[in-house]
Design a binder for this molecule. Structure first.
Ligand code: BMA
Length: 331
């Protein structure tokens, strides 16, 4: 039986969160699911790969928006449902959005979605092709009909991640300004909006750290988790090796009122690509977290991440241990 978490988490209990206890021999604060990779690359007939994807609790079960690249290597986002958060039914066809403006709605590509329940809507952000990558924003009430809003920013930008509530009376989003290619730089910024359309009040959050796993670029991962210690932000960091980029996972705690202020940030990574499915695939050596389920009662967290740009995997942590680790191993 799980004990109640000593850390207060703002959010609903999720007794049916996917969960496996920490293996006895595991020395890490995050551990992988025995069922990994939980989603194979060919789960649907059209897919070459299904990876950086976002899962949320939905009506007692789970819904998700999945990055599923096609066999012609078109980057698309698809809808899926699951009873247990592990076995998924994913649509073979991509999501189509209703949008008032054809210019914005004209689909070029979409990838790396994030999903958050905010007020009565499920907002979706993704990397949206509009003369280069930028942050697409849409919403749904029911995962049946999807509406698209204006892109949040000018190109080039990636990793748009909304906060799960308004902060200082405004919607809030993290993002990572980038270039049009495989960007060799990148810091995380914070922006705010009164209406989810007009974004401003930009603040710098986090930069890279030379000679570390996060030396080339950093980008926000799952929707930040609100705790009484601050916002728990899980993110990816990239190192450039002589063999290309290595994507690892780390975490930081951000100030509740001013989330652009970092309180703690892990010096070591939390997880780096080490298993076969993380090291071998279309892009080797990638762990790329995009969503996390949280049970506020017990502090259990289930982190969904893309592995090697090919499959979707799951890892677990306890919020108390994670926050303790971040504080003890902070820069
Ligand atoms: C980033 C994005 C991600 C991808 C990662 C590793 O720039 O394109 O979708 O997982 O690179 O290739």
């Amino acid at each position: 039986m799980e004990t109640n978490s000593k850390i207060k988490i703002v959010g609903d209990p999720l007794p049916n969160i996917p969960w496996e206890d920490c293996p006895k021999n595991c020395k890490d604060v995050i551990w992988r699911s025995d069922k990994n990779p939980i989603i194979p690359r060919d789960l649907i007939p059209s897919s070459n790969s299904i990876f950086n994807s976002a899962i949320v609790p939905y009506k007692g079960t789970f819904a998700g928006v999945f990055r599923a690249d096609t066999k012609s290597r078109k980057m698309q986002i698809h809808r899926g449902f699951s009873e247990d958060g592990i076995s998924w039914n994913i649509d073979n066809e991509p999501i189509t959005f209703i949008c008032e403006d054809e210019e914005i709605n004209n689909f070029i590509y979409g990838y790396d979605p994030r999903v958050v329940k905010l007020d009565d809507k499920y907002y979706i952000t993704w990397c949206n092709g509009y003369h280069g990558p930028t942050i697409g924003v849409g919403y749904t009430y029911d995962f049946e009909t999807f509406y698209q809003l204006e892109n949040a920013f000018l190109p080039f930008n990636r990793n748009g991640v909304l906060f799960p509530c308004k902060i200082n009376n405004k919607y809030a989003m993290l993002s990572r300004p980038s270039d049009n290619g495989h960007t060799p730089f990148g810091d995380i910024f914070y922006s705010a909006s009164p209406d989810m359309v007009h974004w401003g009040y930009h603040r710098h959050v986090m930069t890279t750290l030379p000679f570390t796993w996060q030396s080339t670029k950093v980008g926000a991962g799952p929707i930040p988790i609100e705790t009484d210690e601050g916002w728990l932000m899980i993110y990816h960091g990239v190192l450039t090796s002589c063999n290309g980029y290595t994507y690892s996972m780390g975490a930081a705690i951000l100030d509740l009122e001013k989330p652009w202020k970092i309180l703690y940030r892990t010096e070591p990574y939390l997880m780096s690509p080490q298993t076969l499915y993380e090291c071998v695939g279309d892009t080797p050596n990638v762990v790329f977290p995009c969503s996390a389920l949280v049970d506020s009662d017990t502090g259990r967290i289930a982190i969904y991440y893309g592995a090697a740009d090919t499959v979707t995997a799951l890892a677990y942590a306890k919020v108390e241990d994670l926050i303790d680790f971040i504080k003890k191993n902070s820069l």
